[in-house]
Design a protein around this ligand. Sequence first.
Ligand SMILES: Nc1ncnc2c1ncn2[C@@H]1O[C@H](COP(=O)(O)OP(=O)(O)OP(=O)(O)O)[C@@H](O)[C@H]1O
Ligand SMILES: Nc1nc2c(c(=O)[nH]1)N=C(CO)CN2
Length: 175
Amino acid sequence: MSRAILSLGSNLGDRYAYLKDAVARLGESVVLVSGVYETPPWGDADQPAYLNAVVLAVDPAAEPAGWLERVRAVEAAAGRVRDPQRRFGPRTLDVDVIAVWRDDGAPVLSDDPELTLPHPRVHQRAFVLKPWLDLQPYAQLPGYGWVTDLLNTPELTADANALTPRPDLPLESQE
Ligand SMILES: Nc1ncnc2c1ncn2[C@@H]1O[C@H](COP(=O)(O)OP(=O)(O)OP(=O)(O)O)[C@@H](O)[C@H]1O
Ligand SMILES: Nc1nc2c(c(=O)[nH]1)N=C(CO)CN2
């Protein structure tokens, strides 16, 4: 059994449709879905704004590597398009494995370049940390501590303030 925080991002094409499709493809493993935020591009300023969200997924059978396979499949199914010359450039859909915990609550730590856990840049990304807090107000990022404390650091406060909630774009069922 493992649970995972996964991040979703899109800044090309029908961004909202890509996020909805990603949640649908992740299927029954998704137990919590954050709100959607409109976010200024991070890491490469010359590109359109993103829509970002975060999900908590649980799967009794999933090994840590299984989450990477799953997010790659979701990206492929969405016909992921991106410019290989631009590391942090635009894309139809990006799904990252942010952190994974085992059944006993222990975080999975990995420095494997194929699957680095926690995600090596997440502590710098308000566009992931803020939606994550929507799901888990007491979230802790393994190796870094409370997510709320990270968001309150001077490095991230301005980025966090620049995120715009988009309650008009729900990912959860409205029934
Ligand atoms: N925690 C992780 N989540 C997703 N991919 C990872 C992770 N750790 C390592 N990788 C590897 O990174 C490679 C590139 O991933 P991807 O194309 O999503 O990067 P990126 O979106 O350009 O940058 P970033 O990961 O900073 O968002 C993947 O093929 C994957 O094997
Ligand atoms: N706001 C925002 N910026 C980004 C994002 C993202 O999802 N949201 N993903 C990137 C890919 O590495 C690069 N920059």
